[in-house]
Design a protein around this ligand. Structure first.
Ligand SMILES: Cc1cc2nc3c(=O)[nH]c(=O)nc-3n(C[C@H](O)[C@H](O)[C@H](O)COP(=O)(O)OP(=O)(O)OC[C@H]3O[C@@H](n4cnc5c(N)ncnc54)[C@H](O)[C@@H]3O)c2cc1C
Ligand code: FES
Length: 270
């Protein structure tokens, strides 16, 4: 896990609109970036006239640290995210990064067994919806780079709310579920036939909490390890204010911004 953090000015290279509710921001910095793990996030400074003094946490959606580049996927929900979404080419964003604990995957010794599909030590399913797909996109790219096999499952209420599905399909096999059946399989992500056909060993999920809880139940049935990425409301993002805490399996509070946002589902008091 990368624990080095920094404050850097980034500049908007491109602002790509993805439907009515999302933008994908392509950003670059002149600073040297540390290694960034998938699942880590940034805290963005918003002008105090728009959002008070607190920064906004957003997952790192893609990173090329050696080139000083990252991408963010931003959903327009309130004043802060709308301000970020409105930024044009060349605009400056001040960010603290990389924050939190990201997703994990097996060491090299396990990877050697990957080639035997019936007895694989690692086969992952990445399950997400909405802006929860942002960190899963970067995770998928990292798994692909490592040569680890995975499938992706994207859920949305309907076609209009579906985001990133085409981009994810370029990285790995991608199944789609919509609640109204307007694209892909009709139903929830937990209804998709992928769950029946493949012996997944690792499940990674990010999105609405009810979806992640249902995915964690399915993972338990499969005896697969399940990592979930939480999006609790945050203030400092650095472990100081404790506004982001969540109960663990023993009933103790854990700090989502420093001990997460990614947790083993078994660690949580769900
Ligand atoms: C670790 C982490 C990673 C995140 N990654 C992303 C991301 O990649 N892309 C993205 O668009 N958003 C992400 N979020 C959520 C994002 O931080 C909030 O949407 C943002 O802070 C809202 O600020 P605002 O000023 O636009 O809205 P506000 O005015 O603060 O809130 C507007 C509405 O959004 C709701 N809201 C605020 N924060 C959250 C939240 N965390 N989860 C659900 N609802 C919320 C509020 O309850 C309110 O109804 C992430 C949050 C966390 C903690
Ligand atoms: S947001 Fe302040 S401790 Fe987590």
């Amino acid at each position: 896990m990368n624990v080095k953090k920094q404050i850097s000015d980034f500049f908007v290279e491109r602002n790509v609109s993805l439907g009515d509710n999302f933008v994908q921001l392509h950003l670059y910095t002149h600073d040297k970036l540390p290694e960034i793990d998938p699942g880590q996030f940034v805290q963005i400074q918003i002008p105090s006239s728009i959002h008070g003094w607190l920064r906004i946490p957003i997952s790192i959606h893609d990173a090329e640290a050696e080139k000083g580049k990252i991408k963010l996927l931003v959903q327009k929900v309130g004043d802060g995210s709308r301000w970020i979404s409105s930024l044009h080419e060349g605009a400056k964003l001040n960010m603290v990064l990389p924050l939190g604990r990201g997703f994990s995957w097996p060491e090299i010794s396990l990877r050697q067994e990957v080639e035997d599909p019936k007895n694989a030590a690692f086969r992952a399913l990445l399950v997400g919806g909405g802006c929860g797909l942002a960190p899963l996109y970067y995770l998928a790219k990292c798994l692909e780079k490592e040569g680890l096999p995975f499938d992706i499952l994207v859920g949305a209420r309907d076609k209009e709310r579906l985001v990133l599905a085409n981009e994810l399909a370029e990285i790995g096999p991608t199944g789609i579920c919509t609640e109204d059946g307007s694209v892909g399989i009709k139903g929830l992500v937990t209804d998709h036939p992928l769950w029946k056909g493949v012996a997944y060993t690792h499940i990674y999920t990010c999105g609405p909490t009810p979806m992640m809880k249902a995915v964690a139940v399915k993972a338990k049935e499969l005896k697969a390890r399940c990592e979930v990425s939480l999006e609790n409301t945050m203030a400092c993002g650095l472990g100081a204010c404790l506004c982001c805490v969540t109960p663990d399996a023993q009933g103790h509070n854990v700090c989502v911004c420093t001990e997460g946002p990614v947790f083993d589902a078994d660690e949580l008091g769900w």
